[in-house]
Design a protein around this ligand. Structure first.
Ligand code: GLY
Length: 351
C-alpha cells in the first residue's frame, strides 16, 4: 500500500494498493451513520455503521439534478446530520455525483471516495471537483469539496471492462507528458504490463499519476492559476480542449479517455506546428497512446463543427480559446487563441 498526501486547506491522504478498501472504517471515522452512494452492483462492507443505501444509476446517468434531488430527499427523510458521512463507491461519475451530494447537503458533510475505475482513481476522485451535468453539457454545475480520504483499491481493476481500463490510461499518459516522464518510459518498456490489472507496472502507474494530481491540486485547488513557472491545475486539461469537443460531437460514443487521447495527439501537433515542441516529443504522443490501443486520429466531424463546440466549452475563458501545450517533456504552458489556420492545420494532421 502507498499513501499519497494531498496538501491544502483541507489535507487528506489517498491510499493506493490491493485490498485498501479494508481501511474504509478508519477513514470514515467516528460517525454513526453513513450514506452509501453507489452504482448498481458496487458496495463496500461497513460493519458497525447505520448505512443509508443510496443506489444511483450507473455511469453518467447518475449525474443529473433529478438524482441529486432524490438523494437530498432521502437524506432529509433519514434525518442525516452534519455528524454523519457520505461514502461513494463507483466510477468517476458516481464519485462526482456523490461528492456533489456531500458538498451540498447541510453545506458540506464528510465524504470518502472509493473509486472503482481507473479514471476514478487517477482523476475524478482526487482533487475535490464534484459536479453534475445539464442539458448544455457535462460538469456545468458543481463545487469544490475535498474528501476526507480516497481509497484506490487496485483489486477493482480486475473486473473493469478492458475498454474502460484503456480509456483510463489516457489520463495516466497525460500525467506522463505534463509532469512525470517516467510514466511514459514504463508504458514504452512494456505496454502489455500497463494493460494488466494485476501487474506491478499498473500499480506504479496509478501511484505516479495520483502523485502528479496531488501535487498539482495541492498548489492550485481551484484552478485559479499556478506560479510563474507552472500554469497550475489547468495542466490537467492537457488534451481536453479538443477532447471535450470530440466527445460531445461524437454523441459520447467515444469514451472520455479515448477523446482525450485524440486531443493529446492534436495538441502535440499544434505545439509542433507552432514551433514550440520538437518532432520527437510530438511523435512520442501517438506512439505511446497507440501502444495502449488508444485512438490518435479521428475524422468524425468537420473542423468547423469542433471549433464551434470548443468556443462554448467551459475550458474557454470568455472569448479566449485556451490549449495546454508542451514546450518540452513535462514543460506545460498555456497557448491562448492560436490562429485559426494553425488550429485547422493541426486538425488535418490528426483527422
Ligand atoms: N479532471 C481535471 C481536474 O481535476 O482538474
Amino acid at each position: 500500500m502507498t499513501t499519497i498526501h494531498v496538501a491544502g486547506a483541507a489535507p487528506y491522504d489517498v491510499e493506493v494498493g490491493h485490498g485498501v478498501v479494508e481501511r474504509l472504517a478508519d477513514l470514515v471515522g467516528d460517525v454513526r451513520r453513513v450514506a452509501l452512494v453507489h452504482a448498481p452492483g458496487t458496495t463496500v462492507p461497513l460493519p458497525g455503521y447505520d448505512v443509508l443505501d443510496l443506489e444511483v444509476p450507473d455511469g453518467e446517468a447518475a449525474k443529473t439534478a433529478a438524482v441529486v434531488a432524490d438523494c437530498w430527499e432521502r437524506l432529509g427523510a433519514a434525518g442525516f446530520t452534519r455528524s454523519d458521512a457520505v461514502v461513494t463507491v463507483g466510477g468517476g461519475a458516481t464519485t462526482d455525483l456523490g461528492g456533489f451530494v456531500a458538498a451540498t447537503w447541510l453545506r458540506g458533510v464528510r465524504v470518502v471516495h472509493v473509486p472503482t475505475s481507473l479514471l476514478g482513481m487517477v482523476d475524478a476522485a482526487v482533487g475535490g471537483k464534484t459536479g453534475i451535468d445539464t442539458g448544455a453539457g457535462k460538469n456545468l454545475v458543481g463545487s469544490f469539496h475535498e474528501p476526507a480520504g480516497v481509497l484506490c483499491d487496485l483489486s477493482y481493476l480486475r473486473t473493469l471492462p478492458s475498454r474502460e481500463l484503456v480509456s483510463g490510461l489516457a489520463e495516466v499518459v497525460k500525467c506522463g507528458f505534463v509532469a512525470d516522464p517516467e510514466i511514459l518510459a514504463l508504458v514504452e518498456k512494456d505496454p502489455s504490463a500497463a494493460l494488466d490489472p494485476a501487474s506491478e507496472v499498473l500499480a506504479e502507474l496509478v501511484e505516479r499519476s495520483v502523485r502528479v494530481k496531488a501535487e498539482v491540486v495541492g498548489v492550485d485547488l481551484r484552478e485559479t492559476g499556478g506560479t510563474d513557472r507552472h500554469p497550475g491545475r489547468e495542466v490537467l486539461n492537457y488534451g481536453h480542449t479538443l477532447g471535450h469537443a470530440v466527445e460531445k460531437v461524437s454523441g459520447y460514443s467515444l469514451r472520455h479517455g479515448e477523446a482525450v487521447s485524440v486531443g493529446m495527439a492534436y495538441v502535440a501537433e499544434l505545439a509542433r506546428l507552432a514551433g514550440m515542441l520538437d518532432d520527437e516529443t510530438a511523435g512520442r504522443h501517438a506512439a505511446v497512446l497507440g501502444s495502449l490501443g488508444l485512438p490518435t486520429s479521428w475524422s468524425g466531424a468537420s473542423f468547423d463543427d469542433l471549433l464551434a463546440v470548443m468556443r462554448v466549452d467551459k475550458k474557454a475563458r470568455g472569448a479566449t480559446l485556451r490549449f495546454v501545450v508542451l514546450e518540452g517533456l513535462a514543460r506545460p504552458v498555456v497557448l491562448s487563441d492560436p490562429s485559426e489556420e494553425l488550429l485547422r492545420s493541426a486538425y488535418e494532421a490528426v483527422s
